[in-house]
Design a protein around this ligand. Structure first.
Ligand code: TYM
Length: 333
């Protein structure tokens, strides 16, 4: 476990346990978690945000397993309990209490205007609940309960981070300086587009993603369905299936390879079949060690439980302290 004599810069982030992680989660989220845990001056807390996961339709019977799966995938990707603290959000109830306090200073009308809320409302019209509306307020509490200054996330989370800063500012103005204004930490894969060629890779559309536990056959089949064109043109496409392929080439095979393909596209033309075959292999090679490590932890449930117990003990002490400070400043203690 990292220790430091001076106050370390705190890092917080989390992912919802709504199904296996996909390449977007890995490149946009987890890669950032990994990069920051390597810095000695940073104190990282990474969460399975199970309370956010239940704001969309879910199956309570399968949910505990989904939570465990995400813990396994975190560890499999390389989250190192010696360098970062792992927690399950609902095990630290202080997050909810701080979220309630924040909810008394943030206008409902602003939450209703948030594009992420509007999208969810469209996607799940029969599941528009209060938790969904106040989702970003709980997210602000997740971050600010640890006074985190840096938050590794994908680009889709930037509006939520802006709201977090707004809440921090307002709290500080009303009750006295308490919270930092956290910044996002973005990786080169901060926006991974969908395999359909439209929008981002997302768990809500199974056709849009490759998951971290997919095998080579599945990856090949999924890439085969990415829509393409004739392989030749006057301009490199910036949207659609071809743009998605180029982005994935860049992220898994490097910039040089992408440039090679772009040159071909503008001259003699690309054969997508071989591009897709090579890309599938490169993706699988990146995922294989993760899948092996997942199996390692799968066989060691006690080790995984101990990692969470230690992470949660550490996090809870900080969370209690911050909550007490906030309550005192708000005249509640
Ligand atoms: P979630 O579970 O949707 O996603 C987890 C992480 O994956 C990133 N991500 C992507 N990055 C690049 N390209 C994509 N296509 C893509 N899709 C997802 C997300 O940006 C995220 O970093 N609200 C958060 C969870 C949360 C949280 C927090 C995050 C709750 N509290 C506090 C940070 C701090 C979410 O739904 O992530």
């Amino acid at each position: 476990m990292k220790t430091s004599s001076t106050t370390p810069t705190r890092i917080f982030s989390g992912s919802r346990p709504t199904g296996p992680l996909h390449l977007g989660n890995y490149l946009g989220g987890i890669k950032g978690y990994l990069a920051l845990q390597e810095k000695k001056e940073y104190d990282c807390i990474y969460a399975v945000v199970d309370l956010h996961g239940i704001t969309s339709p879910y199956n309570p019977q399968n949910y505990p397993q989904q939570v465990q799966e995400l813990v396994l995938e975190y560890l499999a990707c390389g989250l190192d309990p010696e360098k970062a603290h792992l927690i399950i959000q609902s095990h630290i109830p202080e997050h909810i209490e701080l979220a309630y306090l924040f909810s008394t200073i943030y206008p409902v009308s602003r939450l209703q205007q948030l594009p992420t809320y509007k999208d969810k409302k469209k996607n799940q019209p029969h599941y528009v609940n209060l938790g969904l509306l106040s989702y970003p307020v709980l997210m602000a509490a997740d971050i600010l309960i640890y006074k985190a200054q840096l938050v590794p996330v994908g680009k889709d989370q930037l509006p939520h981070l802006e709201l977090t800063r707004e809440i921090a500012r307002k709290f500080n103005r009303l009750f006295g300086k308490t919270f930092p204004e956290p910044q996002a930490y973005l990786t080169p894969g901060a926006y991974v587009p969908s395999l359909t060629g439209q929008g981002k890779m997302s768990k809500t559309n199974p056709k849009s993603y490759i998951s971290l536990i997919d095998n080579l056959e599945t990856i090949k089949n999924k890439l085969a369905k990415v829509p393409t064109d004739t392989g030749k043109g006057k301009k490199i496409p910036s949207t659609g299936g071809v743009a998605t392929l180029f982005t994935l080439v860049q992220l898994f095979q490097g910039e040089e390879k992408r440039k090679e393909y772009e040159k071909l596209y503008l001259s003699t033309g690309i054969k997508y079949q071989s591009l897709k075959k090579e890309l599938a292999l490169a993706i699988y090679q990146a995922l294989q060690p993760i899948q092996e490590k997942r199996n390692y932890y799968l066989r060691r449930p006690k080790l995984v439980r101990d990692i969470l117990t230690a992470g949660e003990k550490y996090a809870r002490t900080i969370a209690r302290e911050t909550l007490n400070e906030a309550k005192e400043k708000m005249g509640l203690l």
